[in-house]
Design a binder for this molecule. Sequence first.
Ligand code: ADP
Length: 492
Amino acid sequence: MILDEDSRNEIFQVSIHRAHELALVFDETGLIVYANQTAEDKLEYGLDMLSSYIWEVFPSVFSKTGDGFASECDFDGTDRQLDAYRKNRTCFPVNARLLKGTGVVPFYCCMAFDASESNMLWKQVTQMKQEVGSADQMKSEFVASVTHELRTPVNGILGNARELAGLENDPEKSRLLSLIQRGCADMNAIINNILDFSKLESGKFLLEKRSFDFRSMMDYVASNHRNKITEKGLEFTMTISPEIPESVIGDELRIVQILNNLLSNACKFTSVGGIILEVVKTAQIGDRIELFFLVIDTGIGIDKADQDKLFRSFTQVDASISRRYGGTGLGLNISKQLVEMMDGNIHVESEKGKGSMFSFHIWVEVPDDLIKEAPAKAEIPKTAPVPEDAHPLIQSLLDVKDNSRIWEYGSEENLEEINKSMSKLILCVEMENWEKAETFANTIKQLTEEAPHEIKSAALRLKMAVQKADYDKASEAHRRMQELTKPEEKGK
Ligand code: ADP
């Protein structure tokens, strides 16, 4: 295709005149003989652009000499960063490329990109880098403050050890020894947390996979906390669903670590009421089972607004709380990461001043010889009628009841289930967590569907009192239900 003059002009108009780049063409005297629209706009010249000289636009690299110009630039088309001056003598940065025309009439050309925007982006990137740097700085400061925290128990240990050495056969000796042990335990917990955290952060953390006795592990966890809980005058109950096989394969140490963290927090932040630890099997796929753990306390609770922050590292809800209760704010973050490595997740429901419920699920394997006890096919047993409006937590609890005897009023499983729901309900009533109490009331109602009329209507009254958030009536209805479902009333 051969282009005529008009077409060439049209192409020139579209491609150069309206290009994003500034285009300036100047002659041997430095006089600008062509400027595209962008150059005129950005340099804020009008028609007088064409009576201006190139050194007025780029004074740093062009200068006037006799009837020509001098330039320190090579016209070889390489990019240069220059400042382009507007008519009003303000300037902006450009990436410029200078070329020399080799036609009959010599000419020079400058194509330039306005770099203000990219420079701004660059500045933002630099600023972001600095911010990342300051986050690192915060991390280092955190490590420094933890080290500082470590110093206190270390000094305690040293001072006491010194004193102990000078006290032969002194009754004071055992008191000091226990102080030493306590200091050591505190120190170990903090150091282990820091080590775990940095390992998890750097992706160097691996889970172990060993067979272990599940109930012994739970007993061990409970024994770690029972004394402290009862010393504080709190109630402690632990329930393990009978469907969980006696041994499972997983990382026992890490499961213990998660439970220890949740239980020690529950104990730390509770001064009246009690703590419940519960675990049920919620699903099975081949040789893998899902375990659902629940740690409920009636402690100080956590503001809704703070609940999101809980699982982030170094977070303690309130500085005054951390001063009063101690800790590094790493426990829940580590727990969350561990739970996720076990293909699960962790969740909190809490209300300020009423208590907290931490729940998490994880997947573990079942040893070959025990698989037969569980349904062979990959499925979540769903034989139990789960109330449609039940709280998701309750639904997940009920999902595992593949034993239809649970719904057979008067059976051992049924009464056990009623009992459990009743204890949870009254705890929720005490905490005035009516929404949750209602889900338990619904469950109780379902569990007593086949019961004698008197019990059924007591369950209904309980549900209604809870729905009305009537503390006195709910407590009374609960007491009545308890009377009616006492062992001697069984199967009535
Ligand atoms: P720490 O190791 O300092 O205890 P955690 O990550 O375990 O850190 O907990 C972080 C913060 O979450 C605690 O300092 C506390 O403010 C809040 N928290 C955790 N568990 C509870 C709970 N059961 N009741 C009330 N607040 C809690």
